[in-house]
Ligand binder design. Structure first.
Ligand code: CA
Length: 227
């Protein structure tokens, strides 16, 4: 795949099927990979082990209210959230500290306007993905990593594991997803192979920063990098 944006997952949470279908079409046409759920109660399952890059979240939903979903998501992830609301007076609260959405659109909105917001937020998110002040520095060409200024002596597979987790900090990668990224030759490996690489990587990070828990396990879901 030459177009890198094809891999950007956008979750659309919208209970009006016609509107959702328009949103899915426009998001796909913009080069992203849309997923759609219609019921608020389905969001938790939709993001478990596979956090999208961005979520478009309707406010009024069956199953679970958009505000509650936003709060749930914020407690586990910094995933960008665009709220969709018919209530213009709600906007301050949506974007405020209480809910922490990144942006909003008011119904009725033009799909092109929505796509423009999505693009702007993803651009912004990418700028912040690898801040120069990050304690972790990766040299992908040389497969060399430093943490807090100290060199990490990593095997190529440990480097790829670390680079994969670092590509989306604070987001959970399932073992399956990690296996896909680490063994691109389609080789079948067991779950515990990943666990063994994670253990070795942790040991090397702990040798530099014993107080920190950089590669964290998320029970039943996978692993995430916390810098
Ligand atoms: Ca609705």
């Amino acid at each position: 795949m030459s177009d890198t944006s094809v891999d950007i997952d956008v979750l659309i949470v919208e209970d009006e099927p016609k509107l959702a279908s328009v949103m899915v079409d426009f998001i796909r046409a913009a080069g992203y990979a849309p997923r759609w759920v219609a019921n608020g109660a389905q969001v938790a399952a939709a993001v478990a082990g596979h956090m999208p890059h961005l979520i478009i979240l309707d406010l009024m939903l069956p199953g679970r209210d958009g505000r509650d979903i936003c709060r749930d998501l914020r407690s586990i992830s910094d995933v960008p959230i665009i709220m969709v609301t018919a209530q213009a007076e709600e906007v301050d609260r949506l974007l405020g500290l209480e809910l922490g959405a990144d942006d909003y659109v008011c119904k009725p909105f033009s799909p092109l306007e929505l796509v423009a917001r999505v693009k702007a937020i993803l651009r912004r998110a990418r700028i912040h993905a690898h801040p120069e002040t990050s304690p972790l520095q990766l040299d992908e060409a040389r497969l060399q990593a430093t943490y807090r200024g100290a060199a990490l002596d990593l095997t190529p597979i440990e480097f790829r594991l670390l680079a994969t987790l670092a590509s989306r900090p604070a987001q959970v990668f399932s073992r399956n997803k990690l296996m896909d990224r680490l063994y691109t030759d389609g080789r079948i490996v067991e779950d515990r192979t990943i666990d063994s690489h994670v253990r070795k990587l942790r040991r090397k990070l702990e040798a530099i920063a014993p107080e920190e828990d950089v590669v964290q396990s998320v029970y039943g879901a996978g692993f995430k990098l916390v810098l």
